[in-house]
Design a protein around this ligand. Structure first.
Ligand SMILES: Nc1ncnc2c1ncn2[C@@H]1O[C@H](COP(=O)(O)OP(=O)(O)OP(=O)(O)O)[C@@H](O)[C@H]1O
Length: 378
């Protein structure tokens, strides 16, 4: 009996690769053929990993060789399944030169204190000596301009390298751009999807942010289409989710986490900040009343395999300082300053973990911060 490779290859042209609509030869599935006397060994690779597909290819090859080449050939078939990695359709915004980390702050539910947490973490980062910016992307109710007492300011247009750019408003050393700068205080503006996207793109890419260590983005509450398009248009380094302890808020926070973890977005969730964890009256600072429930965010963080970044109490001074345009974390030597330092450090150490794939210089730069305490700005 004389068998040769060419006849075998020709025979294999009659078999289609499972799920490919092409012959095994055409689809390059035949990797090797060894002929030795009456013995034939065929190595094939197919894309379908199911047992049936493998068995079908094996039987088909044996049958066709017996039919077209030699009925007594001793055929051995090795079928290997090679599953191509599924391309992930990630839509990421292009990098913003000069901005090292972009932290998105989100909440599933409205009014849980997302802007309060954003402002106070930004202030704490700035007190630590970092260059910080805030982009208020809350299309429903921007409030950063109020919390930093710059409600009546309007960003100017300046020329940088021959291009006209929007100059962020600076308050307490933090650069701010907010949709709130472009509406009248008493005007009810509904930023519709495309209009909001356009305004935000301008505030991101046509603004003179300069060098920033951190740009905090205050997202609108919710997890709808508008949120997706905002999140997808920004190169976000990590996301922080804010929730209050009630079940109804936690259920929405869960959706917020899921939004960032979607395959098409895939933004690392740095953790959850629980706001209004307990009430502490000013005259009884050691008393804690868990009026909205206890450990809700902690349990959610465990469930979702993320971190509880900290718990912020419900206290009058947080509301007052927000209303007066002077974030509470600016005050030195208070328990709330400590609370925000703790949260900020936790965010930073989660960022270090997430950034470990970045070039070493990037990681070192952030590592320096993790161990440091608040450095007072001159
Ligand atoms: N821990 C707190 N203690 C007391 N008041 C708080 C606390 N956190 C937030 N507030 C107050 O609750 C109100 C809502 O807070 P904030 O605007 O930060 O919420 P938000 O989630 O950003 O709201 P929105 O959904 O409108 O964007 C503000 O008046 C703020 O000062």
């Amino acid at each position: 009996m004389t068998l040769n490779k060419k006849d075998i290859l020709q025979a294999l042209e009659n078999i289609t690769a499972p799920g490919e609509g092409k012959s095994l030869v055409e689809s390059n599935s035949v990797k090797n053929i060894v002929v030795f006397d009456k013995e034939v060994i065929v190595d094939v690779e197919i894309g379908n990993p199911s047992l049936q597909a493998k068995k079908r290819v094996e039987v088909d090859i044996m049958k066709i060789i017996h039919e077209k080449v030699h009925p007594k050939a001793d055929v051995k078939v090795n079928v290997k399944a090679v599953v191509a990695e599924k391309p992930v359709n990630q839509i990421k915004g292009k990098e913003i030169p000069g901005i090292k980390n972009i932290i998105a702050v989100a909440s599933g539910k409205g009014g849980v204190g997302k802007s309060t947490i954003t402002s106070n973490v930004a202030v704490t980062l700035s007190k630590m000596g970092f260059k910080v910016g805030i982009l208020d992307a809350d299309i429903y109710g921007p409030s950063t301009h109020l919390m930093f007492d710059v409600a009546n300011e309007k960003p100017r247009s300046i020329t940088v390298n021959g291009r006209s750019k929007m100059k962020p408003i600076e308050s307490y050393g933090i650069k701010i751009l907010s949709l709130g700068f472009f509406t009248q205080p008493n005007q009810a503006v509904i930023w519709r999807g495309p209009m909001a996207s356009k305004a935000l793109k301008q505030m991101i890419f046509d603004a003179d942010w300069g060098e920033l260590d951190f740009l905090m983005v205050d997202l609108p509450p919710g997890t709808g289409d508008v949120h997706l398009s905002i999140v997808q248009s920004l190169p976000i380094t990590g996301a922080v989710i804010v929730s209050t302890p009630q079940n109804i808020a936690l259920a929405d926070a869960k959706k917020g986490v899921a939004m960032f973890q979607q395959e098409s977005i895939n933004v690392p969730v740095l953790g959850i900040v629980e706001n209004m964890s307990y009430f502490t009256p000013a005259e009884l600072p050691n008393n804690k009343y868990y009026i909205f429930g206890k450990d809700g965010a902690k349990n959610l963080a465990i469930d979702l395999n993320t971190k509880l970044l900290g718990e912020v109490p419900l206290v009058q001074s947080i509301r007052e300082s927000g209303d007066f345009g002077h974030p509470v974390a600016m005050q030195d030597g208070t328990p709330l300053e400590e609370t925000f330092i703790e949260i900020t450090k936790n965010i930073a150490s989660e960022l270090i973990k997430r950034n470990k794939n970045l070039p070493p210089t990037e990681v070192v730069r952030i590592t320096t911060m993790s161990g440091c305490s608040a450095v007072k700005k001159k």
